[in-house]
Design a protein around this ligand. Structure first.
Ligand SMILES: Cc1ncc(COP(=O)(O)O)c(C=O)c1O
Length: 405
């Protein structure tokens, strides 16, 4: 005789079975919220759209980058803007990272709450309220480094730090072709001299992010672009030191240039971000030996469900712009199922054009997509489900989600 529960389960589609135990949707939700997922649920149980992390691929990526930088004698301060997740920052530090970069003050505050130290805020902190927060953060986490590219900002930081009786570590943010930063050479030297003269600031060194180089397609072209940028940074570091200004730090680099920037003497640390996850954007830039950039594995996907099948060659999934955030001209790519082409069909939906064997896709099928651009997509999710094969091994909060202030 079926119980009411088993009857409902059958009527609504069988609930998950792992290790002989069936869970309802409500039970699964509770397990997820408590983070008690190991040994209990599998990929098939997850409500979609869901952000998935293939732990084997993620761990291989972390190992590869950490070993590469160790071999070249460079420090490793991966950028937390990619993952926004305290647990990932902790794992990177366990793998040898000296800390974690943060794009903004609110992101750094979230990492600090998660116990992460060695923070480098890669965007200048400007404006009275943000500077107040910077000073408060420096009191809690004295090794935090703030980037400065303007004399007024240096003076404002100094005044706030003096009033609060703290000393702030600052790096001169150098313009090497992307966005913020003081010009290399003499303008940077002037700013460094000003910083040295201010009692409440301590010069940590230079930050130079050549983001325009990171996605240049073709290894040799990318090498040329990154070298042109980063050699200016190395020369500026030398200039500082020739004037008696100690400059222990020169931080920069990215996933696309990690094996280029190590060739430039004077760079002391790299701050790559995307290598832990990878995305469609990075796959296509080409590696040292081919058109596919396979140095790091795609560990991040979005799991979707087919919710409509209007025609044999068309299916609709439950994941649109609110599941994949991208500024790129290419769509999500279906993993392990050939013949599927995704196009955005609004905020909540994606349209799939189906060819060949993919025409057999049915309502309720679950499909995984590699993400066009990892950073802004991660920012759409509260948690990331960590898979070992099909089993959900862990579930990590994206603790700095939405922290863009
Ligand atoms: C300042 C800074 N450093 C490092 C990175 C990491 O770059 P990637 O994710 O390409 O490795 C970024 C990414 O945008 C960045 O803004």
């Amino acid at each position: 005789m079926p119980t009411r529960r088993s009857f409902l389960a059958g009527a609504l589609g069988a609930p998950a079975v792992l290790h002989g135990r069936r869970y309802t949707a409500a039970e699964i939700q509770r397990l997820i919220e408590r983070g008690h997922v190991r040994g209990k649920i599998s990929k098939d149980d997850l409500p979609t759209p869901a952000l998935l992390l293939d732990l084997d691929a993620f761990e291989a990526n972390v190992r590869r980058m950490a070993e590469h930088l160790r071999r070249h004698g460079l420090a490793f301060r991966p950028h937390g803007k990619t993952h926004k997740c305290g647990e990932i920052a902790r794992r990177l530090i366990r793998a040898g990272a000296v800390g974690c970069c943060a794009a903004k003050i609110s992101e750094a505050e979230a990492f600090a709450r998660d116990g992460i130290r060695g923070l480098l805020i890669t965007t200048p902190v400007v404006g009275r309220h943000k500077i107040e927060r910077a000073v408060a953060l420096a009191r809690r986490c004295p090794d935090t480094i703030f980037c400065v590219d303007h004399p007024q900002n240096a003076r404002d930081l100094d005044a706030a730090a003096g009033a609060a009786r703290v000393r702030l570590n600052v790096a001169v943010d150098l313009y090497v072709g992307r966005r913020t930063g003081v010009m290399p050479g003499e303008p940077a030297l002037k700013l460094a001299e000003l910083i040295m003269s201010l009692r409440n600031l301590r010069l940590a060194g230079i930050q130079a992010y050549a983001g325009h180089a990171s996605h240049v397609v073709g290894f040799e072209k990318r090498r040329e672009a990154s070298r042109a940028a980063m050699e200016q940074a190395a020369a500026t570091r030398q200039l500082f030191e020739s004037k008696g200004i100690p400059c222990p730090l020169l931080s920069g680099g990215s996933t696309g240039t990690y094996n280029i920037d190590v060739e430039i003497p004077g760079i002391t640390e790299l701050q790559p971000g995307s290598f832990i996850f990878m995305d469609v954007d990075y796959n296509r830039i080409g590696g040292r030996d081919g058109d596919f950039y396979g140095d790091f594995k795609n560990s991040l996907t979005v799991l979707t469900t087919v919710i409509s099948k209007p025609a044999a060659d068309t299916a609709i999934v439950d994941a649109g712009l609110k599941a994949f955030s991208t500024d790129k001209p290419f769509p999500p790519e279906c993993r392990a199922r050939p013949g599927i082409t995704y196009s955005f069909a609004g905020d909540e939906h994606g349209r799939l054009s189906l060819a060949g064997e993919a025409r057999s896709i049915e309502l309720g099928d679950r499909l995984e997509f590699v993400i066009p651009h990892c950073d802004p997509t991660v920012n759409l999710y509260d948690r990331i489900y960590c898979l070992r094969g099909e089993a959900v091994e862990d579930c990590w909060r994206i603790t700095a989600r939405g922290m863009s202030q």
